[in-house]
Design a binder for this molecule. Structure first.
Ligand code: 5GP
Length: 119
């Protein structure tokens, strides 16, 4: 959990424009973009553009506030666009916690009553 931030992680590359992504929306502080291996239709990731926190443990409160407001905004956009029956917010910390990209991110995963869950 305490490894140093790797500036070459995939999301850092996306933020620098070195890797493509399908952006949902962004402002000066946050970016929401489509997950390339979606667990359902409309699976979006939300990250901070300014914080280099790897996990929920090391982001400062101001950046976390902006990020969680962005998660809510993303959930509202997903709800409006796709009308899911529900949605999940997922946030994994550390390799043992299932985290695979070490730039803090929140998953917004829409769910439908009569669709098979992947993942
Ligand atoms: P974690 O398991 O760390 O919480 O989630 C990492 C997420 O990033 C996974 O859902 C995975 O599908 C997604 N992901 C991995 N590589 C890329 C990529 O290059 N582009 C995008 N958009 N998503 C990625």
């Amino acid at each position: 959990l305490n490894a140093p931030y790797d500036p070459d992680n995939i999301f850092a590359k996306i933020l620098r424009g070195e890797m493509p992504s399908v952006k949902v929306w962004e402002d000066d502080h946050v970016l929401a973009f489509m997950d390339v291996f979606p667990q359902s239709e409309g699976h979006v990731l939300v990250i901070s553009k300014t914080s280099t926190a790897q996990t929920l443990l090391d982001i400062d409160a101001a950046a976390l506030a902006r990020l969680t407001v962005a998660v809510q905004r993303t959930a509202r956009a997903v709800e409006k666009a796709l009308r899911p029956d529900g949605f999940q917010i997922m946030q994994l910390n550390g390799r043992a916690g299932g985290q695979t990209v070490f730039h803090l991110h929140f998953h917004v995963i829409p769910r439908w009553t009569n669709r098979q869950m992947k993942g």
